[in-house]
Design a protein around this ligand. Structure first.
Ligand SMILES: [Zn+2]
Length: 105
């Protein structure tokens, strides 16, 4: 240690790295939450709300607004699922959300 103060550029880089780490952790956490994996779909009552429900989650990294990239019907272990792919308008990170439309009687 020289005891010298850190230069602003060094501090800024350290800050950026810390933010990146935090956002990585948030993304991992989001995958453990409902909708994050095909084995943990979010239940919705109707196919018409699949997209609004998924996009309403926001970006896993920064909380920004999501825009729809793709919405597919996928056959999962739990039956027919919907996979919504979205991208953050702010940081451009991708988010994949899994949903299941509950069958009403
Ligand atoms: Zn984002």
């Amino acid at each position: 240690m020289t005891g010298k103060k850190k230069r602003p550029r060094t501090l800024r880089r350290e800050h950026e790295r810390a933010v990146d780490k935090l956002e990585d952790a948030r993304e991992r956490l989001a995958r453990l939450e409902p909708g994050g994996e095909a084995t943990r779909p979010i239940e919705v009552s109707s196919a018409s709300v699949v997209e609004s429900r998924a996009l309403g989650l926001g970006c896993a990294r920064c909380g920004g607004a999501l825009e729809l990239e793709a919405h597919d019907a996928v056959r999962g272990e739990l039956g027919p699922l919907r996979r919504v792919r979205a991208r953050c308008r702010a940081c451009r990170a991708r988010r994949e959300v899994w949903l299941r439309v509950a069958v009403s009687n």
